[in-house]
Design a protein around this ligand. Sequence first.
Ligand SMILES: *Cc1c(COP(=O)(O)O)cnc(C)c1O
Length: 303
Amino acid sequence: MGNVTHAIIQKIDLPFTTSVQVFMKRDDLVHSEISGNKFYKLKYNLLQAKQLQKKTLLTFGGAFSNHLLAVACAGKENNFDTIGIVRGNEIENNFAENPTLLQCKKLGMDLFFVSREEYREKENGKTAQKIINEKANIYLINEGGTNDLAVLGVKEILNEETKTFDIICCAVGTGGTISGISLAAEDHQKIIGFPALKNAAFLYDDIRRFSNKNNFKLHLQSHFSGYGKVNEKLIQFINQFKKQNQIPLDPIYTGKMMFELSAMIAKKQFAENTKILAIHTGGIQGINGMNIVLKKKNLPILE
Ligand SMILES: *Cc1c(COP(=O)(O)O)cnc(C)c1O
């Protein structure tokens, strides 16, 4: 599938002295277009869709969704037609200034914009139902792409080289990624998830649906007031992190994770010499879109 590389593990410099060692697994670089965890989540779903001789991938996403773009890329590369149902019908009129949706379109994805109410109904909404009834051979992928096959793919984020770490950190949206990591982790490893949304305690149940292991916990204060919300401190942190480590972080997931992880280390919440691995789950494509929003609000932008 496309240009796939082996994700390197890179040592991270923090702006203070500590005996805790932090590394980042660069899964943002694993594929030339389908970045980060979405690559792993789609892998076995694409195989399944092929085996079932499906022609079209249908999925759901918000205006800046990494998942939507990943499906558009994966579809193009694997000869599927793709359809995206987008949250918010107000976007339809000005989506030309949305870099994520423009790129989806360029890759051949058919976009349908629906109201937030209809969006909540997912495949039972009237637009989705109409498409499903009219077209044969549709392979449905949930919002965020989490299902059994996605979790199976995510397990492959961990490998021989990740076995020596004490703690593994990842950003959490729907919980599919942390589920696979929890399942694939060694017995001595603990997993910390950093949810990108507020009031995310419900995710414990969602994750337990896939992982029966008791090796993970969620850091529920990492959302910066809510999904997609950012402030100046976060932007400054991401810009500084990039200068210091030559690693871009996205403002929705990995930036918040590294901000919080770094604060936890500064507050000495880990034992001395703990070896931590943070997974870079990608999302870099969202930076341009976020900068458009930041400029409108007269906030500093992501460099
Ligand atoms: C989608 C996404 C996540 C969340 O993954 P889930 O499996 O939904 O928890 C984390 N980081 C990035 C960059 C993402 O795009």
